[in-house]
Structure formats: C-alpha cells, structure tokens
Design a protein around this ligand. Sequence first.
Ligand code: ATP
Ligand code: MG
Ligand code: MG
Ligand code: MG
Length: 436
Amino acid sequence: ILNIIFKPILLGCPDPRSEMASYRRVVNSQKCVRAGGKHNDLEDVGKDVYHHTFFEMLGNWSFGDYFKVEACAMAWQLLTEEYGIPADRLYVSYFSGDVANGLPADEETRQIWLSMGVRPDHVLPFGMKDNFWEMGETGPCGPCTEIHYDHVGNRNASSLVNADSPDVVEIWNLVFMQYNRLENGSLRPLPQCSVDTGMGLERLVTILQGKRSNYDTDLFTPLLTAIHQCSKAPAYQGRTGETDVGQVDMAYRVVADHIRTLSVCIADGVYPGMTGAELVLRRILRRAVRFSTEVLQAPEGSLASLVPTVAHILIMDLINQNEAQFLSSLKQGRRVIDRTLSNMDKDLAVFPASVAWSLHRNLGFPLDLIDLMLEEKGKMVDKKEMAVLEDEYERVLDDEDRVDQLDLHSLAELQSQGVPHTDDSPKYCYSLGTDG
Ligand code: ATP
Ligand code: MG
Ligand code: MG
Ligand code: MG
C-alpha cells in the first residue's frame, strides 16, 4: 500500500484509476515487519520489552490536507482526552535541523506544542536519526515530531527520551512529508505538504492496560501461558532489561514474538525461504526453534502448536466482536422480514425495496444477504425500486448539504416496522462499503 498507492499520492502524482487518489484524509492499520532492511529490530527483540519483529502500526494520513497544527492537536487530543493519558507523562520531540543536509530546525513544531500547553521541558530537539523520517533511500521524507511515554513518572525523565530506556518509550511518530529525496541524495520540496503518522499498537495497549511491558498485555499473555504449557521451563516472570539475556524470560519473549511474525507472514503468503523477505522469515523461524528447544526445553512441534493462540488473539476475537455486533441486528432484521412477508399477498414474489434498503442502511445488512434470505422464502427484492433508492442515495452523498438527511427516509421505514433506532446503527455509509 505504502509504495504502490500512498507514495505516488505523496509525490503529487497519484494513479487516477485508484479510488484512493480521491481521498485527502485516510486512517489505517499497517502490519509491519522490521527484521531486515532499513529498519531492522531483530537484535532487540526479546532483549527489550517494546520492540517486535511484527507489530501493528496505526496511522492517520493527510494528502495535501491538514498539516502540522492539526496533526499535533489531533494526536494530543486523542492521547490526553480520549485515552486519558496524563500530559505530564508525555514528552514530545522535534527536528533540531541538520547542516549537512541544509535543513533548518523545525521551530514551527516546537511552537505548536508550546502553544498547546506542553511544558517547555517536555519539548525536546533531536537530529536526523530520530526526527527526520525517510521512507527509503529515495522518496518522500521530512522532519517528524514524536510522542514518548514515561512509564514511571514522578521525575524529570527528559534524559531518557530516545535513550533505549524501557522507562520512557516512543509511542507515536508524526511525519511531515515536505521533501522528496532524489537519487543523487539532494532534497526537493514536494508539490504539497502531507502528514504520515505511525503509532505502535502494542505500545499503546501497554499504556492503556497500565503495564510496563508489551508482553504483559493481553496481546501476549495468552501466548506466554501457551508456551509455558508446552515447555519444561519455569513460568514467565516478566523481568525486563538486559540482565536476563540468554535466560528464560528472553526466550519466552522471542518465541512469543516470532510465532506471531511467522503466523502473520505465512498467512499473507510469505514463506520461509532462501532469498529476500523469505530468508528473513527463515532466520526468524530458526531463532524461534533454537530458543524454544534449547532454552525452554519444548518438544518438537511446540512452535506450530502456538498458532491457534496467535489466531485467537489476532483473528478470533475480531470475529467474535463482529458477530456480537451483528447478532441483535440479525434478529431484528429477521423479524422485519417475517412481518413484511406475512403482510404481503402470498402470490406476490416482489419484496418492497424500501424495507430492504432500511435493513441495509440502518441494521447493516449486506444487500446480497438480504437477497439470499428472501430467496429462501421464494421472494426477491423489487430491483427497479431498489435502483431508484440507490441512485437517490448516491445523489445525496454528492450533496454535502443533504447528507444529514441521508437516513431519515429509511429510518422512518424501519421505525414503522417497530424497530428502535440504536446508537450503533450506521449513520453514514460511504462508498467503501462498510457495514457501519
Ligand atoms: P524506536 O525508536 O522505538 O525503535 P522507531 O523510531 O524506529 O521506534 P518509527 O519508525 O518512528 O519507530 O515507527 C512509528 C512507531 O511504531 C513508533 O513510535 C513505535 O510506537 C512503533 N514501533 C516502531 N518499531 C517498533 C517495533 N519494532 N515494535 C513495536 N513497535 C514499534
Ligand atoms: Mg526503531
Ligand atoms: Mg525512534
Ligand atoms: Mg520513531
């Protein structure tokens, strides 16, 4: 996605055939593997408690839309107001400039943080390594500002920012894409200024669950328990830091980390092999095997036996949540369909499109599911009437003034069928085709 879709947009030459090209603001969650190439964290994994080979990066993007002020304000609001993280636990960094690259300090960003009330001793300058982000050897790049979390509190922790300390951990990078790095190493201003942010999900979860280590969150604890069950080692103690290198705790962390990476990569079609990304995966697998057998004394086959636990954490819970969200709607919708059918003339095969539309818009029923449910009863939706409703919907979507009225018609329809409007009924359903 980054290289094929986002990079051309950042460079100001999006593929006009891509639907993405029409968006100015995007949010996403990226699967990241940092075990080779420019960003390689393999050596740290297991030794510390906040670097993984696979992690999920949450991001918001502006393609020539909002810039520094809004990006900082939104990030700060999310962390301090929505998540309730105390501001005095947060430190922010900004780019201090670089003479060799002819880059000035990002004084603007410093001022933005100060004007938002961040304490001056919590706003810190750093150079190219930490505060100038480059996508690759060439391409979009720019100064960044990062947000760090002090896990301990009660002291000035500014000297621990960007110092590889488990006490103060970087959580969010806001990159201001202003330049394009050319083959010859020079920097050219981009035609438009963009924002690309990345926040580590596992590090965020650690803070929100009040833990000191990513491995103490529910993203990892079931895995550590599963590893314990198939090994002969003592249980995971949760000690952190360099002191237990080569010891049991580190092995637990390595195995837990690596089995996630292996599962996710293989599910995405990257297999352990002999070149490129596949070689990286092979190396990860072999490290996992060695820690699992030699340190944790786990029998052959133990690694693969952890895969269902990974699936449980990353996939099954998601399916359960989605199922729970839809179950009550399904029940309500079933009632609406049955009631409508019982009120219909038995010989009439055509089901009113307005009812189908309201099921779709207000209860999140996919249209093909409605078709299927009706087919089982020997009925079908009035396709002509449906096309009229869909057309009208598209027209309203294009008309910002009317977008608020979008669901009034179908809502009234549903209420007339005795279905109450609930807060989780979808309000707008944009063209991405979400079920709300
Ligand atoms: P660090 O300095 O901790 O190595 P980074 O500066 O290399 O992080 P970025 O490239 O700025 O990280 O990535 C954005 C965010 O992704 C980071 O702020 C962090 O929350 C998260 N992140 C980066 N690397 C890892 C990793 N190996 N494991 C877990 N989360 C990570
Ligand atoms: Mg790093
Ligand atoms: Mg960093
Ligand atoms: Mg960073």
